[in-house]
Write a protein that binds this ligand. Structure first.
Ligand SMILES: [Zn+2]
Length: 180
């Protein structure tokens, strides 16, 4: 069982990064597409849902210790299979770009488990093979709070950048229209 090197199980606080890492990825895609004049990649109000799916494994089984994470059904491969069924249903409520929303939501949950794998590990086949733990401590608990703060600031910056990217895309399209 991986240890954080201090003889204690670290608290499982990483929720800001879990929710905002996929949101930042989606916002980068949005800003790049808007700046190129190609419009929105994701429909309105999809970012909070992508963030929700990023935090979903911890929302389903809130826990405070690494041991509790190893016995959590929402940090397993089975959970990701279940989420793959739920995502298209949630995305069906959006008027357009439904498959993008579904994929982004599922990928957000995958990212959560990937992040947990590099910060203590996950028992991905629990309860069938609870002894199989994938991952280790690469990101120590000392970094978790700064990482949460970093992703909050990055999200704020990317949201502020969006109108500028949109304006740049409009200028680009206007220039292309006058030249043609
Ligand atoms: Zn987790």
């Amino acid at each position: 069982m991986p240890s954080c090197g201090r003889g204690v199980s670290p608290p499982a606080v990483f929720i800001g990064t879990h929710a905002l890492l996929p949101v930042c990825g989606a916002l980068v895609m949005e800003n790049v597409s808007l700046a190129r004049g190609r419009g929105h990649v994701f429909p309105a109000w999809s970012m909070p849902v992508i963030g929700l799916f990023g935090a979903l494994p911890d929302i389903c089984t809130p826990h405070l210790s690494l041991e509790a994470r190893y016995t959590s059904w929402s940090h397993t491969a089975w959970f990701l299979i279940g989420v793959a069924v739920v995502c298209p249903m949630v995305a069906s409520f959006y008027p357009a770009q439904r498959w993008r929303v579904a994929l982004a939501c599922w990928f957000a949950s995958v990212l959560h488990l990937a992040c947990d794998a590099i910060s203590g590990g996950i028992a991905y086949l629990f309860p069938w093979r609870p002894e199989l733990i994938v991952g280790a401590f690469y990101v120590y608990p000392d970094y978790w709070f700064p990482l949460d703060a970093f992703f909050i600031l990055l999200t704020w910056f990317l949201i502020r950048l969006r109108p500028h990217a949109e304006a740049r895309g409009m200028r680009r399209n206007r220039k292309a229209d006058t030249e043609s």
